[in-house]
Design a protein around this ligand. Structure first.
Ligand code: DBV
Length: 257
């Protein structure tokens, strides 16, 4: 990336970044809304450093794209490009609590050991049928369609259970041609369909009562606190950019509710 970014809404392009087409698709899909920039401090809009050995340094870019819309409190993409060491798109949509909507979450992670890919519409109130049923009914067919093409990612921690939906698409696939082919034939269309469903739910959502909004807000806070506490990227980001920067990024940008 040639110059520093000044606004979270500026198009974000990272040379050679594997997940660029996914971010581009998301940004294009959002163009139908009135997008407002989401305030992000300059050191989190773009951070560059280096990893690897002294003899073989690898440059690392971590950049953030973000916006808000009348119904969405925060839409943000955390993007990491570190050559063969890591390539990540973590994309989360956090709706305003005045709408009965889930979170959209995508975690697209390429590490030397392989790709690790997660997609979901995640509940703020998992035990609440008014919050989940209409979403899950439409999400299940998408999950069934795409998970069969993708191996399971394996067990996830039991404590994460309250924050996942039954439509959680979760896979680990190998690097190389086989993985590339699956990303193209299954992961990309799944991402597109999950996001299209999410934005359709956003379009249909109507304002809820104040008491409903405060219940949703409590659920969103529990979800956000969990994600911040357990962020699996903490180790990687600390290695790349230091632990002070990483803690501030996690708590004031990625999961800032
Ligand atoms: N994960 C994040 C953010 C990231 C990020 C903000 C900025 O929440 C990346 C980057 N996730 C990331 C990395 C790893 C994972 C793993 C780098 C690998 C960690 C490692 O192996 O060193 C889904 N992501 C994971 C894991 C799960 C998820 C279950 C495995 C954890 C483990 O093995 O311990 N993340 C989780 C999830 C969503 C999500 C359900 C929402 C869809 O974003």
């Amino acid at each position: 990336m040639s110059s520093d970014r000044h606004s979270s809404l500026e198009p974000l392009t990272i040379d050679g970044w594997r997940w660029q087409p996914f971010l581009d698709h998301a940004c294009t899909s959002l163009q139908r809304y009135q997008l407002e920039p989401y305030p992000i401090a300059p050191e989190f809009l773009l951070q560059q450093s280096s990893t690897g050995s002294k003899a073989k340094p690898v440059s690392v870019t971590t950049a953030t794209w973000a916006c808000s819309t009348p119904k969405l409190r925060q839409v943000r993409a955390a993007c990491v490009q570190a050559g063969a060491a890591a390539s990540v798109l973590n994309f989360v949509v956090n709706p305003h609590c005045t709408y009965d909507l889930p979170f959209f979450g995508a975690d697209l992670v390429t590490l030397p050991a392989g790709h690790l890919l997660a997609l979901d519409l995640q509940p703020a109130l998992k035990q609440d049928k008014a919050h989940t049923e209409a979403v899950w009914e439409r999400l299940r067919p998408l999950h069934q369609r795409w998970q069969i093409d993708l191996p399971s990612g394996g067990p996830i921690p039991a404590e994460a259970e309250p924050y996942f939906s039954p439509g959680f698409l979760w896979t680990r696939i190998p690097l190389g041609e086989e993985g590339d082919a699956l990303i193209k034939s299954a992961v990309m269309p799944a991402f597109q369909e999950y996001l299209a469903l999410y934005l359709d739910l956003v379009d249909q959502a109507e304002q809820v009562s104040e008491s409903r909004a405060s219940a949703l807000l409590e659920g969103q806070k529990r979800y956000t606190a969990y994600r911040a506490e357990k962020d699996p990227a903490r180790g990687m980001l600390s290695r790349f950019h230091g632990s002070d920067w990483t803690e501030a990024y996690i708590h004031t940008v990625l999961f800032d509710l």
